[in-house]
Design a protein around this ligand. Structure first.
Ligand code: ZN
Ligand code: ZN
Length: 653
């Protein structure tokens, strides 16, 4: 609905009614009535009043017609500092910085002295146009007049220097201020944040917290968070101490958690937020990846409902985040539904679907998606190629993978990066073509990094190629001496080949270098909460029931023919230490908890931070058959969908 400005001639006859009418002309919607009002003013000869002239200039600026404002200004014989200030603000507000500078320079010729409203206005023009020489000149004039002790003026100076990336100058103004408010701090913090000095931004933020007149607020937190990504603990402290938390600070804090892979914290904070502040699109865009990471499908669905209820669609970022969330939570049909319902799709939308199919081992679907993307006129980028190559790798589609790899350079003029080469080595290695993978590593144009050697090492473990494997292990340990996963891989490779001396050597190297294995950890979402289990965990409220269920399952599995490979259990060190812990790997605890907490027939979704071990993989097959449940287990590489005693990966992982 357009707001209507109505007035009639009788009203106009009363001089007192004109001022409020002009004041009401506050947006471009009022431009037409304003013009009529202007005509009437001219006709009634009332426009000789300087205060009405100023109001008319201000109204034309507010209605986005700075030209008309300028005309009124030029025709007035009364031009004083107020006239100049009003027009200056209007010009700056409309981005007409050059016109503003010219107007400012003409003040002296008119015999008008700038005041403490004029300078901040011209300084704002300098900030916005990053006109440092102009800003410095005005700073000098301000100092001469002694206006630099004015809070408003000083704050504008700080912003000007910060925007022009002259932080030392901004600091000088700041430190000379007798009194500082939140805006002074925020301007300087934003400057340091943008200039890439998070340490100073944080330091300022800390001293702000001790200044009663300048409590940190939404804007502070948003600035600091944009620069500081590592010190999440401090940020949270700051957030908790804030007297008032608004949408911006919640969004910023959730984004900080999400960017630091602290998905559980992001989700927990969102739960708090819901009780205090209405979330918006930005909240959901940062929260959805966290749901994906945790496989928090229930929460993800709830957010999807909210998105629909609040009519946030169409919104490309949000829809891409939804597709990605569903794909990561293992709900491909829902991902596909959101994808199909999108008005516009970019390369990220297609890539989310391609990698979703890829992680589920549905290589053919992934390839079909990739082809449809090209047919739809969307050009694949580097990330899309990583998605399709890893899909080929998970599904063992060697020929197709090779085709896409060469198409990258030939058809799309993209040069393969380390990620693509890692996918290729992985693809060849898994398919048993270890030597071909090795050749590729030797002749690649980029310097192979630990991921490429790691992929080769992984293939050597799978296919028992000790010659290449030892070379890969040597390189991996040189490049990433602290990453436990590679030691475990090497140790497994030796164990599978029965080389116990090799196993011992790797273990000794680990001990010597003080490398700790990263603990296995599995998540499962039950009743709107994400439950987390560590290996051998007994901390959970239902620990007793969980272990009882495991014992029952172990008995039934044994009857069904499940046998722990004792040989392997003794020597084959998988990603988690097997000795004595076979029954209590985190994924087993999570599965048992899901079994006792959900009605029969409910699909079980578990997410693990490491690769699933052979024994847990076998156990999950048995459990899916014995309990007639579908179990979807996401490990660090892919999805395993266990149904009726077999896994979607066809034991190829
Ligand atoms: Zn296991
Ligand atoms: Zn599997």
């Amino acid at each position: 609905m357009r707001p209507r400005l109505s007035f009639s001639f009788p009203e106009l006859a009363l001089d007192g009614n004109l001022s409020p009418l002009l004041d009401r002309c506050s947006s471009p919607l009022f431009l037409r009535p304003l013009r009529r009002l202007h005509c009437l003013l001219l006709a009634s000869a009332l426009l000789h009043d300087p205060s009405l002239q100023v109001k008319l200039i201000r109204a034309y600026c507010a209605c986005s017609d700075p030209f008309a404002a300028r005309q009124v200004f030029d025709q007035s014989p009364h031009r004083n500092v107020v006239f100049f200030n009003v027009l200056l603000r209007g010009l700056v507000g409309h981005g007409r910085y050059l016109a503003a500078f010219r107007l400012f320079s003409s003040m002296a010729a008119h015999g008008v002295k700038p005041d403490h409203y004029t300078y901040p206005c011209v300084l704002a023009a300098c900030s916005e146009s990053k006109h440092l020489p102009g800003g410095a000149q005005i700073h000098a004039a301000i100092s001469k007049l002694g206006l630099d002790s004015n809070l408003f003026v000083s704050n504008t100076l700080i912003t000007m220097y910060a925007r022009c990336r002259r932080l030392p100058a901004a600091e000088l103004v700041f430190s000379a201020m007798p009194f500082k408010d939140a805006i002074s701090f925020n301007s300087l913090i934003a400057g340091h944040a943008q200039a890439g000095d998070p340490a100073r931004a944080l330091q300022l933020c800390k001293s702000m917290a001790q200044t009663p007149a300048a409590r940190p607020n939404d804007a502070t937190l948003a600035s600091v968070l944009s620069a500081v990504s590592s010190d999440v603990v401090f940020l949270r402290q700051l957030f908790d101490e804030m007297p008032e938390r608004g949408l911006i600070s919640y969004n910023a804090m959730i984004a900080a958690y999400a960017n630091n892979s602290m998905a559980a914290e992001a989700v927990a904070l969102y739960m708090e937020m819901e009780r205090e502040v209405e979330p918006d699109e930005i909240t959901f865009v940062s929260l959805l990846p966290a749901c994906g990471d945790l496989s928090a499908l229930d929460l993800g669905r709830r957010i999807h409902d909210e998105v629909e209820r609040r009519s946030f669609r169409p919104n490309l970022f949000l829809e891409n985040a939804l597709v990605d969330m569903y794909a990561k939570c293992g709900d491909l049909p829902s991902a596909r539904r959101v994808f199909e319902g999108m008005e516009n799709r970019d390369v990220a939308s297609w890539t989310a679907m391609i990698s979703g199919y890829g992680m589920h081992g549905e290589g053919r679907e992934a390839i079909a998606m990739f082809e449809s993307m090209i047919m739809a006129g969307v050009r694949p980028d580097n990330i899309a190629f990583v998605a399709v190559l890893s899909a080929c790798s998970h599904a063992g589609l060697v020929q197709e993978g090779k085709l896409y790899f060469s198409a990258m350079a030939d058809r799309f003029r993209l040069s393969p990066t380390v990620e693509h080469l890692t996918c290729m080595v992985d693809l060849l290695g898994r398919a048993g073509k270890v030597d071909e993978g090795h050749e590729l590593v030797k002749k690649m144009a980029v310097q192979p990094d630990e991921r490429i050697w790691g992929a080769l090492l992984s293939a050597c473990r799978l296919h028992g190629n000790l010659t290449v494997g030892m070379e890969a292990a040597d390189n991996v340990f040189k490049l990433a001496p602290a990453q436990s996963g590679y030691y475990v891989l090497a140790s497994n490779m030796y164990a599978r080949a029965g080389r116990w001396s090799g196993v011992a050597a790797v273990r000794a190297a680990m001990r010597q270098r003080g490398v700790k294995k990263s603990p296995g950890c599995s998540n499962v979402e039950i009743g709107g909460r994400v439950h987390m289990f560590l290996m051998g965990d007994r901390e959970h409220d239902k620990a007793k029931e969980i272990y009882a269920e495991l014992a029952v399952m172990a008995g039934r599995m044994k009857e069904a023919g499940y046998a722990v490979e004792t040989e392997a259990a003794l020597h084959d060190v998988e990603e988690e230490d097997k000795e004595g812990h076979l029954a209590v790997h985190s994924e087993k605890l999570a599965m048992a908890f899901a079994l006792i907490s959900t009605p029969p027939g409910t699909t079980i979704r578990v997410t693990k931070n490491l690769r699933v071990c052979v024994d847990c993989h076998t156990a999950a097959k048995f459990i899916s058959k014995l309990t007639m449940r579908e179990i979807i287990l996401r490990d660090i590489h892919r999805f395993h969908r266990f149904k009726d005693g077999s896994c979607s990966c066809r034991d190829y992982w």
